[in-house]
Design a protein around this ligand. Structure first.
Ligand SMILES: [Fe+2]
Ligand SMILES: [Fe+2]
Length: 235
């Protein structure tokens, strides 16, 4: 039996019979819990794909928002309809977006530091990133598996994907065997550093950019993983 199953509900790249949009949403099932990481941009796209993939978002235990950008929180409007009152862990400093989530019937809970969220799930807590010259807080979701291995899920990696993974290692002493999410056009240095931290798969999706995907594929073929909307990854 898989220790964890990740289903990419939405990515920029569409999957067969599924809709894509500029955004990210991943469902993680591990240790008997189901956790939603980010919720894409469009409620309709998230709803359509979830239905097609046979995922009932009304049954998730809690959700995590990586950072307050609309391509990660827009679809929470749909989540609020099917899972009213659901706890959504948001990085501290998400003020306006936390109010928006509340308006959609969800229960935002601010995270200010690395913390365990229950059932092997944990957050790095917010690291400070920069986007268009402005500071933005961003957290990564850590799924801790048996033997101290872990999957690290990132949203846009505005603080740097290497720094987010390093924060997971530092906070929980885990050995990352998978990192997945948007890497936001990282430098080669960042990707080299990331590869030194991850003993397993590197799935550059969402806002990573073709250049980063190509670099990982060519420089680290044994770690490169191909994922898009509808991909199911088992650990
Ligand atoms: Fe993004
Ligand atoms: Fe972003």
């Amino acid at each position: 039996m898989a220790r964890a199953v990740l289903t990419v509900l939405v990515d920029n790249e569409p999957g067969e019979g599924l809709r894509g949009s500029w955004g990210l949403s991943i469902l993680v099932e591990a240790g008997g819990r189901r956790v939603l990481f980010d919720a894409d941009t469009e409620p309709d796209v998230l709803e359509f794909n979830a239905k097609r993939l046979g995922v009932d978002l009304g049954g998730v235990d809690f959700a995590v928002l990586s950072h307050p950008h609309s391509d990660h929180y827009g679809g929470f409007e749909f989540v609020g309809r099917v899972a009213p009152g659901l706890t959504v862990y948001v990085p501290r400093g998400s003020g306006r977006v936390a109010r928006l989530l509340r308006g959609w019937g969800l229960k935002p809970v601010e995270v200010s530091e690395a913390a365990r969220l229950g059932g092997g799930f944990a957050t790095t807590g917010p690291l400070e990133g920069v986007y268009m010259g402005r500071g933005i807080p961003e957290q990564a979701l850590v799924v801790i598996l048996d033997g101290g291995e872990a999957a690290v899920l990132v949203g846009c990696s505005h603080p740097g994907v290497d720094n987010l993974v390093e924060a997971a290692v530092r906070a929980f002493g885990v050995k990352p065997v998978l990192v997945i999410g948007g890497f936001h056009g990282p430098s080669r240095e960042t990707l080299d550093r990331l590869a030194s931290l991850v003993d397993g798969r590197i799935c550059a999706i969402h806002c990573s950019g073709e250049e980063a995907k190509r670099y990982v594929r060519e420089r680290y073929p044994e770690k490169a993983c191909d994922a898009r909307t509808g991909s199911v990854i088992e650990l």
